[in-house]
Design a protein around this ligand. Sequence first.
Ligand code: PLP
Length: 487
Amino acid sequence: MTDARKQISPALGDMANEDFRRFGHELIDWVADYLERVEDLPVLSQIEPGELKGQLPTTPPEKGEPMSEVIADVDRLVVPALTHWNHPSFFAYFATSTSAPGIFGELLSAAFDNKAMLWRTSPASTELEEVTLDWLRQMMGLDGGMSGIIYDTASVSSLHAIAAAREGVEQRIREEGMSGRTDLPLLRVYISEHAHSSIEKAVITLGLGQRGLRKIPVDSEFRMDVRALEAAIEEDKAHGFLPFCIVATVGTTSTSSIDPVADMVPIGEKHMMWLHVDAAYAGSAAVVPELRHILKGCERADSLVVNPHKWLFTPFDLSVLYCRHLDLLRRAFSLVPEYLRTPEQEKVRSGSDYGVQLGRRFRALKLWMVIRYFGHEGLAARIREHCRLAQLFGSWVEANSDWELMAPLPLALVCFRACPRNVAANDLDQLNEEIMHRVNATGKALLSHTKLNDKLTLRLSVGNIRTTEKHVTQVWDLLNEELKSLM
Ligand code: PLP
């Protein structure tokens, strides 16, 4: 180690520029090496709970430490404690990954460190966000009446959509609140039984209570039963409740099923309800021209969330809420104290008017860089390939009598399980759980599970930018080896 590498932080001010430059180059090399070798690392972290904590000092360093030692500890301590979402055989949850242009976007955003609360505190973030989200809207074929705004996660995007919907019921909730009121009917939100838990959390957070949420059954393909939705709304109205919001899901978490949005639109319109679409996962697939049909009906929705951090190769976090009524979102959240008043405020958009947060990260930069680098065609090609790989895996499952598909496969998520004839139906849950744990323990691939019709179901999600046919073949072989060893 050279003397310079032992350099600790100066008494005042930031790291010397020459050190920043050298460590910066080293770290970019480090990241390039990491992405090159990530396939050789175990996908699932192999550490035991508490193992990392046990290796870290419990008190902060009194004096600064050499950067080289900090970086060495990233290798020694942090990397083994990582589950590698960038591993091409990460097939769990919804498989997602970052990309080189996205990493560069994050790097620059950290360097600029803008807090985009007002237009003037970051004109670049504010205006790049508007332009980039309009590009994405066009790529997805969404209606021109939708304007986008970036939040961190879909959970937060949906929370804001439901808050705007609540503002639209004209019950003076912003001013009077909801507690202690006898003049307020029970407000209700409707979701399918397969909707993501983030909607229930949003309802809880907004003070609507779990009673304010009604879960509608699904059909045999896990899509909301529209007739049951209509009946539930009519019944609630007859009880004097106030149905005000329907949340459709395009790409449910368990199976990627797609609610029949086009059939839900007239119900929402008839009852003057807000229709929010949770397309956090599947919305990105609409950039593939032949898959645009998944958003059928969404042109008449009031809002829609899509997560570029899920399937558009943009590093976590970046979620987009498209909304037709930004005025209501603004009415729900804008509060401008004197110290934030600016002369241009009537002419420009200020991010803090549209949500809980004041300061906002410059997230648009990474998405802008991803879209520019890959282009619409490049992004569509990658998502199209993921769908092909998942369909290929699905065809292997279908062709093998030891395995079965558990749900339709509209995009790139396969729901399946082992069902060898010599195993009793009652033992299949245990068998499949054991297969999954054994595959995951190899460190060579990572799968997750769900329950469908009370049956334990394995999920294989293809969404990683590095995943190729080789990786899908490998995990199929692994699954079959584990099944054989358990027979
Ligand atoms: N909605 C759906 C359909 C999801 O699958 C998920 C996560 O997987 C979410 C919402 C929550 O996403 P986030 O982590 O961005 O809040």
